[in-house]
Ligand binder design. Structure first.
Ligand code: GSH
Length: 199
């Protein structure tokens, strides 16, 4: 199995961390830069996005959640706690982390990729509000929680790490010291630290 990534992609970081936690010996293949005419992903599928994933049977697919679920299934459930109640909670957190990352990504594209007259102020405001609600919900869910690397924690670490890089003005730590403490504790883990975005 192979996971294709670039060092600055928060989505690919999620897939790489999931691959490591799965313990399945997934090979990590750096395919930066994505816009190169001879990028290997061009021969694999229409998306040319990271993460991409190749199975041992030669199938190829994109989409972080699909990849995470595949790795969870193949590893016999290593990406979620074995206790069913805790596993459902982890899915709840994973969903909020996913929402947050999508929201931050939209806003970052608007603010960092478009010129001022191409931007949509209403879209930016809507996504900023959504991100605020996600930060608050994560603060509630993770304040005082143990730093363990399941699919929920992976999604959140990657989203908050992306916020630090692309939207530092969100200042998500302000008034959320429990979440900040949890985030720092997660970075004591070698894989979390070693997959921090390269920029
Ligand atoms: N919905 C996709 C999003 C993946 C995504 O947007 N990846 C970005 C990098 S962070 C990408 O490959 N962008 C290349 C492009 O837009 O051409 C997922 O969940 O995996």
């Amino acid at each position: 199995m192979k996971v294709f990534y670039t060092g600055n992609s928060p989505y690919a970081r999620r897939a790489r961390l999931a691959a490591r936690v799965s313990g399945l010996g997934v090979e990590e293949v750096d395919v930066a830069p994505l816009d190169a005419a001879d990028n290997p992903l061009r021969n694999k599928g229409p998306g040319v996005k990271v993460p991409g994933f190749e199975t041992d049977t030669g199938a190829y697919f994109c989409e972080t959640l699909l990849i995470t679920n595949y790795l969870n299934e193949k590893s016999g459930g290593k990406l979620f706690p074995s206790d069913p109640v805790a596993a459902d909670k982890a899915r709840e957190v994973e969903g909020i982390g996913s929402l947050l990352l999508d929201s931050l990504f939209i806003r970052s594209q608007q603010l960092n990729r478009l010129s001022e007259n191409e931007r949509s102020p209403s879209l930016i405001a809507r996504e900023a509000e959504r991100a605020g609600r996600c930060y608050d919900a994560l603060s509630k869910a993770l304040d005082g929680k143990e730093a363990s690397l399941d699919a929920g924690a992976i999604a959140v670490v990657c989203a908050l790490g992306y916020a630090d890089w692309r939207l530092p003005e969100d200042n998500w730590r302000a008034g959320r010291s429990g979440l900040a403490k949890w985030f720092d504790a997660m970075h004591q883990k070698k894989d979390v630290e070693s997959t921090k975005p390269v920029f």
